[in-house]
Design a binder for this molecule. Sequence first.
Ligand SMILES: Cc1cc2nc3c(=O)[nH]c(=O)nc-3n(C[C@H](O)[C@H](O)[C@H](O)COP(=O)(O)OP(=O)(O)OC[C@H]3O[C@@H](n4cnc5c(N)ncnc54)[C@H](O)[C@@H]3O)c2cc1C
Length: 355
Amino acid sequence: MKEFDYVIIGGGCAGLSLAYELEIHEKFKDKTLAIIEPRAEYKRDKTWSFWKVIPHNFDDCVKKNWDNFSINVPGKTNYLECKDYPYQSIDSGLFYQKINNRLKENKNISFFKDIAEINTKNSFIFNSVPEIKKSHLNLWQHFCGVEIETKNDFFDEEIFNLMDFDCEQRESVHFFYTLPFSKNRALIETTWLSKMNDSSQKDYNNQIKEYIEKLLKIKNYEITYKEEGAIPLFYPVYKKEKNKINIGTAGGMTRLSTGYTFLNIQEHCKFIRENIENISRTSKFEIGKKYQFLDDIFLRVLSRHPEKMSGIFFNMFKTSPKTVIKFLSNKSNILEDLSIILKMPKWIFIKALFY
Ligand SMILES: Cc1cc2nc3c(=O)[nH]c(=O)nc-3n(C[C@H](O)[C@H](O)[C@H](O)COP(=O)(O)OP(=O)(O)OC[C@H]3O[C@@H](n4cnc5c(N)ncnc54)[C@H](O)[C@@H]3O)c2cc1C
């Protein structure tokens, strides 16, 4: 069986981002890589969005940038600017195509469907397949989105809606998220923060139909794309092993309070590339400890007081949007953290700190 210097398990966002980062920095000139990915074909399956707080390799896969956004709770809307850190949406179809086209040109890179096809005894492994321990206590962000094309121009393409809480909450946290790619094309997602075992929230098609037709009052439209998924708002199992590190969601790259993962993956890939020659002795890359600590408290509040969360998110954005964006993207300083913390309901958060 063939052996490789490096093996990437899972050719999804993290696996391909890492392979691409190493390839463009010429790390496979005299090293070999095997990518293990079971999917039969690559097609668009996700839309990765984030505030661009750092440079990344995929500007040419961006569907749209926005400098303005809104957030609303029943009866109130806050309009905000994000010129310093534009919000970007990446089309996963373009991302997969760009990376695979590049990787296929390097004969030192091979693709397999199953790890059993190769010998990994002497390889360094980057694993992106998470080991999830099922627990009824764990919170998930689960969602379903559709891209629609309307017959007539309907959307203001200059502003996206980050969170619209003006919808049924069903004793959880629920909001809609709208990304208008043009005047007549938008991605609309129904998003829940809740315990995954609650299947009563999975009537996604009805939720989306009602939102589009009753709340937005759009009559003539066609669904052109659909995505569905769930992001664990807890860290998957991570066993320390000498010749293996986890990447992506499996590697703890999801910011637990928000589900944002894409840019953390890119930072992790850069860190690996900078340390690749010494990778088995390099320390673990993590999202900053202060964010892990604050997110833990935040999620405790969320699971105990879901009914308060729309107000908490709304108030958070009363701080300067630049500060909130930096905080949500792990780039805030201590003063910025404090200004966010001061916007939180103090007693509830203090109680969550202690139990
Ligand atoms: C629908 C959706 C939308 C999201 N939107 C955003 C967003 O807007 N912004 C953001 O920052 N984050 C977002 N996320 C979170 C996160 O960015 C993505 O989940 C991202 O794809 C995580 O990358 P990953 O490589 O860890 O996992 P994946 O991209 O899921 O890659 C894992 C790969 O492993 C493969 N695999 C599975 N089993 C095996 C096996 N046994 N052996 C080998 N390979 C295997 C899978 O086929 C897959 O290709 C979203 C997540 C989902 C599900």
